[in-house]
Design a protein around this ligand. Sequence first.
Ligand SMILES: Cc1cc2nc3c(=O)[nH]c(=O)nc-3n(C[C@H](O)[C@H](O)[C@H](O)COP(=O)(O)OP(=O)(O)OC[C@H]3O[C@@H](n4cnc5c(N)ncnc54)[C@H](O)[C@@H]3O)c2cc1C
Length: 380
Amino acid sequence: MRVDEVIVVGGGIAGCATAYYLARDGVAVTLVEQAGLSGLASSANAGSLHAQIPHDPFRNLGPEWAQNYAQAIPFYMASLDIWRTLEAELGTDLEIGFGGGLLVGATEAEMAEIAAKAQVERAAGLPMELLDSRSLREHAPYLSESLIGGALCPIEGKANPMLVAPAFARAAQAAGAQIASYSGPAALRREAGAYTVTTDTGRYTADRIVIAAGSASGALTQSLGVTLGVQAFPIQVSVTEPAAPLIKHLVYSAGEKLTMKQTRAGSILIGGGWSARVDAEGRPVVDVENLAQNLSLARAAVPAIGGLKLVRSWAAFVNGTDDWLPILGELPGAPGVFLNYVPWMGFTGGPAAARAIASMVQGKAPPMAAPFDAFRPRAG
Ligand SMILES: Cc1cc2nc3c(=O)[nH]c(=O)nc-3n(C[C@H](O)[C@H](O)[C@H](O)COP(=O)(O)OP(=O)(O)OC[C@H]3O[C@@H](n4cnc5c(N)ncnc54)[C@H](O)[C@@H]3O)c2cc1C
């Protein structure tokens, strides 16, 4: 019988990448996933690689929130460093591109908010270049004339979310990890100095567990008596038919919620965190009114997309926290159980979070400069 040193629960980017880094370090690890690998947020997301403070909460939650959130900037920058060499490391194309992130404004008030946000970001070490109307047009001639300026974060980019967690899983298996997908939901129990993980297909015992179950992580920590402020929100994204190369950047609006980018295949992904609905069975479904608003903002920002057909819109639960900070580390009161939970931008933060958690599980400090103490799980 195989004796695992670590069991990872959850097969999204958080779990697959954690299994990879553990296996690469020579740790015997098994990942259990209730359904197919990367079936939820890790494939359904918009593929943006962010480092800047998200504009919507910056506007709505205020300067104190932004100062607190800015602690996460070095963490996302460390993750982007990993993304830069990830294709070489995993030996596969992930459609990663670093065209830069462009936050654009249409009014003087929006430009003032952009400048205020850039000041906080620069103080945290993030490169942000303010652009007037002329330089905005030089960088991004595809943008509407109604936009009067913006800020460029040159290190931001995009990747294809459907490729990434499966690539981590393949590399984890190649390094010796066991992956048990379609296992049904795992239940956790503490028993005589170790933990048991029971699924429909197996029973595992280990003294170290990593919970990487996205928005379902709260139920698992709760089963060990630890309540954390993890949340789930239904949001939606859309994609157009392919077009000739047009949008080079990851575009954000400082007005209403909007993000846009062009994929390698040429289609335009349109999102920004618009809410979806939840149906009677508890499944996320597209809210058509919000879709219409999202599309009309996209068309106002980049008029040339007006002639494109929309191919698909979809909805999924994104994992959140009140303060938007990651929760990474050992659970209070459950020694040996680690949580890998990056809210809202868990695709971007996935590689750094997984690398950090794999180190913590082995009793080592994470090999990147980020304030992990601020991210420690605290019972709520
Ligand atoms: C529409 C949308 C757009 C987004 N856009 C972006 C973006 O552009 N950029 C960005 O950085 N982030 C984005 N995000 C956020 C990002 O996708 C998530 O933060 C990230 O994917 C979370 O990864 P995860 O592995 O923690 O969770 P998930 O991908 O949700 O994976 C958790 C896994 O755990 C499994 N699981 C749960 N409970 C159990 C159990 N008891 N037993 C076994 N398995 C279990 C689930 O089946 C699932 O496969 C977006 C999210 C959404 C929904």
